[in-house]
Design a protein around this ligand. Structure first.
Ligand code: ZN
Length: 75
């Protein structure tokens, strides 16, 4: 088993790095930048996985356009 969860995303190194745990933050062990739990891409995936479409469409099957047809449609 690997311990990938011991790594966090460093926006400066632009990769998952080992980090130093402070009392309420974590810092990159390479450059000292504050690290994040996920990178932007993984955050987007994470948020998407939380958002449940009101239908039962799986994530990825959602249309790209926002559901704004109610504002433009006359009915
Ligand atoms: Zn770094």
């Amino acid at each position: 088993m690997t311990y990938d969860d011991e790594k966090k995303w460093c926006p400066k190194c632009r990769r998952y790095v080992k980090y130093l745990q402070s009392y309420n933050s974590s810092y990159c062990s390479v450059c000292g930048e504050k690290v994040l739990l996920f990178n932007d891409e993984d955050w987007a995936k994470f948020k998407k996985s939380l958002q449940k479409p009101d239908g039962s469409a799986p994530p990825g099957a959602m249309p790209k356009q926002p559901p704004s047809d109610s504002t433009t449609g006359a009915r």
